[in-house]
Structure formats: structure tokens, C-alpha cells
Design a protein around this ligand. Sequence first.
Ligand code: GLV
Length: 440
Amino acid sequence: MRRPNDRLRRAKIVCVSAGRERQAEVFLSGATGRRTRIPFDAARLEERAQTVMSAEAFAYVAGGAGAEETMRANRRAFERVSIVPRTLRDVSRRDSSLELFGRRLPRPFLLAPIGVLELAHRDADVAAARAAASLGLPAIFSSQASRPMEEVAAAMGEAPRWFQLYWSTVDELVESFVARAERCGCEAIVITLDTTLLGWRARDLELGYLPFLRGRGLAQYTSDPVFQRLVRERGRTASAERPTLAALLTLLELRRNVRGLDPRAAVQTFTEIYSRSSLRWDDLVSIRDLTRLPIILKGILHPDDARRAVEAGFDGIVVSNHGGRQLDGAIATLHALPAIVEEVAGRVPVLLDSGIRTGGDALKALAFGATAVLVGRPYVYGLAVGGEAGAREVLQNLLAEFDLALGLSGCASLADVRDMKLTIPERSNPATTSYSDEGR
Ligand code: GLV
């Protein structure tokens, strides 16, 4: 039997290798005939992941909402901003560490919360969190994780972790999740605001595949005593239809994935309660009664919402469009960032999520005022191709590339990056829709 302490001991923190060391490591391995399985280029990494994932799993991870305009806009925004490097500024010693919510981090990167990691690899959240832990990067546990947060926390020693919350329609479940996250040593709660309804995702719709309905990505729920009680109390509504063969196969899959509860009742309960589309600012502030942890709001794209978040006493903001998975046509996060940074005026950290693929992307986001960035799909692809080691390699490469981008742009610190003056080309910065949010 696996004991949590074994894992704890094994999760030793390795040093974050700087850009030159990582380059040397890769080239020296190449010279001895050893090539890495993990592509260095983000597009090739995605292609490689596609070859090892099922069609459904790949569609779920890679897909975005609607025509995937926002997903592309996220990338285009980065592509259209140019760095103008400065020279002869002694970048031989570079420090991109930072302090975030009382914790010193080696680099301004965190792992975005991503659900259903079992679609990429059987070790799922445990592998991703261990990869993050080995590099000292915070992992943000997803509400839709494939493994309960307690198991993941036990596998990552003292390494930093946060918890991402979808605000359930059942307050008691919100309380239970937050209390569990505290016990698991999470250092912040990230409330996702942009998924009170699920986006219209063409790739998943075409395959008729939503992992939660197969009992996948429900581990935080099925391991929760409040959720278990709700499932037992509610039971399920029996269907009068004769089951098809496909329905029977789905049921078998469900039974494998949901243990100890009636699987159909568990899925039904989950779909009814996982998110509250009536959520308003007044509901959100009640989280202060549940925890003293920093509360960060994820999914903010409008400066007025950023102002409201700060005025309501929240501790941080993640500028995110959920990797283009929620509202198609939503503004690219890099375009939304400058106005939000201006509005927030340094009162709380502003993190940027969605579209980060290279070290240069991260540099650009930081130059526009982000405190740190969240990386998402790339580590999932690394996980799919090479498990924990694959996810670690992807992250190591990103950190190495960032370190080199820092030096090559003439910066030796994050303060130097913030002093870079980058501009978003006029034509690629679409006007934001403005409307009054009175009474909303
Ligand atoms: C859930 O968070 C998703 O993006 O599928």
C-alpha cells in the first residue's frame, strides 16, 4: 500500500536549472545519442500529445469554445507584440524570483488548474503536482481533479499549492472544499468566475463526450463527505428508456470511475450542483467567513470587475478567459491586461492566464504588468507524452527559455522587465464592449 509519507519523502525539490544549464544538458545528451521525447516547440508538443491521447481526451484538452476565436486571439496577441531588446546591460546574473502571498517563488510561473488530468495520464494530478513541486512552482488543484486533493497534497512535500474553487449551488459543499484545502496546506483559494455555465465546445459536442458524465474529474466531489451525503439524500431519477448498448458501456465506465456511491446518482448530483450561475458579488464576499487564506478571483477581463474585486477586499486577480474554453469572442488576455493593471494600480497581484506557450510570452505578460503567469495546456501535453517526467520537462524548458529571454532582452530582474516599454499594436487591440453593470 502507498503511504502518504513515502510520497512526501520522494517529492524532493530539485533546483530550477537556469537557461544555459538546461541548454547544455540537452545538447550534451544529444551528443551521447540521447534525445528527449518531449518536443521543445509548443505546436509539435501538442501534435505529439495527440498521437498518444484518445480522440475524446485530446478534444477535451485541446478544444476551445465556439469557433475557437478566443483561443487563437490569445496566441495572436502574444505574436503581435515585439520585444525591443536592450544591450550591454550585464545580464550575467539573473534573478526572476518573486514573493507572492508570503511565499518566495523561484520563477513567476504557476500551474493553471486543469481538470480531468486522467485524460492525459493515469497518474493525473499526482504526477502534475510532483512535477511542479520538483521545480518549486505552485500547483493549483482543480475542483475537477481526477485525484482527491488530500492524495495530491501528500505527494508533494512542502511545495506550494493553491486550490481552485467552482462555487457550488450548495454552500455546505463550498465550505467543505475550502476547509479541506486549508487542511491540505493550500496557501490561497482561486475562485473561477467564468464557468458558472459550461462554454459551447464544438469538439466535445461533436464527439458527444463530457468526461464528468463518465465519472471522470469528480474526485474532489466523490471524496467529499458533504457531497457523499447529498448523493445519498437525493438518490437519482430513474430513466424509463430502455438502455442502449452504448449506455450500458457508459455505465460500466461510470462504475469503474465512481466507487462507493451510486455512480449515476453521483453524476446527476454533480451536474445539478457544481456551479452557481446566479452567483453575484454579495455571495462571493461570504467566503471571508470561511477562511483567512488569500482569495484570488480568476476569469476577470474587464477593468471595472478588477476594481470591484479590489474594493471588495479580494487579494489577487487572474486575468483569464479559461484558455478560450468559455466565451468565444472574448478578448485575448494580453489585450485585457494593461487596463486591468492600470485600474488595480499595484494594490493586489495581477496574474495572467491563457495562451502562454514560450518564455517570451511570459516576458511580454510581465512587461505589461502581470506579477506572474499561469501555464496550462503545455504541461498537460507533457504529462500525456511522458507522465510526471514529461510534465517536468515541459516546465523546465519553459523556465529555461524564460531565463534566456530575460537575459537576451537586457533584463536581469523582474523589475527590469517591468521597466521595458512594450506596446500593443493599435489594430490588434479590439475595443472592449462597454456596458453598465448596475444591478448585476
Ligand atoms: C473546466 O474547467 C474546463 O475547462 O473544462
